[in-house]
Design a protein around this ligand. Structure first.
Ligand code: AKG
Ligand code: FE2
Length: 249
């Protein structure tokens, strides 16, 4: 199937209307072939690229941020730019403008990618992404579906115990979150080997899913899911680039 055939003509078509502003879900953003090629690149990365946390492993491209949340300037490798970033920047936010989702970000494009791998029963604690990034997150999912839980906070600022919203992320999909959803709400993935109670009522993006019929009796049995999280790091230091050139000589 041609991945581009199913792309929306503008982001507004993909808005998750039942969520606070703003979230967009685009099914089949990449093709199965592109998904496979990305998984192979991730697998082929040298072992030290992986950082193992207690319940998850991850890669950071082009590098980790410094203690002061600065990115040492360095280009993303081409396999992380093509096709994802090119396609992402081709998506207009509305039919009335030529703006894309990173038009007003400091560098006009994502400059950083986090790759998270979740085996069944692995997840990520509810958190906010914080102030190091321009408040736009673009997540491409690979391999398997998984449910992202969105939590509101109580009046005293602590997190609600139960998620207020749930977003079902299918392989090859793109999820964009920004606005209040970035700044006010928390997001996380539960440490379960299955996602349960999935229904048109409980899943905010149900109407935008590629294959809701693959969810049986409201249950999704997880397999390994890998995500690519694209963001624009606000502070970039030129030093990284110069040092890179210096080292090559
Ligand atoms: O894997 C995901 O979809 C979420 C990752 C995430 O929240 C993060 O890396 O900040
Ligand atoms: Fe996050």
């Amino acid at each position: 199937m041609d991945a581009l055939a199913s792309l929306p003509s503008c982001l507004e078509e993909s808005r998750i209307g039942s969520l606070p502003a703003d979230a967009f879900y685009i099914k089949d953003f990449i093709s199965p072939e592109e998904e496979q090629a990305l998984l192979e690149k991730i697998e082929a990365a040298p072992k030290p690229r992986w950082k193992s946390l207690a319940h998850r492993r991850l890669q950071t491209w082009p590098s980790d941020l410094t203690k002061s949340n600065t990115l040492l300037e360095s280009a993303l490798p081409n396999w992380l730019l093509e096709p994802v970033v090119t396609r992402l920047l081709s998506l207009q936010t509305s039919t009335k403008t030529n703006d894309h989702i990173f038009s007003v970000s400091p560098h006009g494009a994502p400059n950083h990618v986090l790759i998270n791998e979740y085996k069944p029963s692995q997840g990520i604690m509810p958190h906010r992404d914080g102030s190091a990034y321009h408040p736009v997150v673009c997540t491409v999912s690979l391999g398997s579906s998984i449910t992202l839980d969105i939590y509101d906070t109580k009046e005293d600022g602590t997190r609600e115990n139960e998620p207020k919203y749930r977003i079902f992320q299918e392989p090859r999909s793109l999820l964009i979150t920004t606005g209040k959803l970035y700044t006010d709400f928390l997001h996380g993935i539960s440490e379960n080997d299955q996602d349960t109670n999935l229904s048109p009522e409980s899943v905010s993006n149900w109407d935008l899913l590629a294959s809701p019929e693959k969810i049986t009796n409201g249950t999704w049995q997880r397999a390994t899911r890998t995500s690519l999280t694209y963001r624009d790091v606000i502070k970039v230091s030129k030093l990284g680039n110069k040092f890179g050139i210096f080292r090559k000589r």
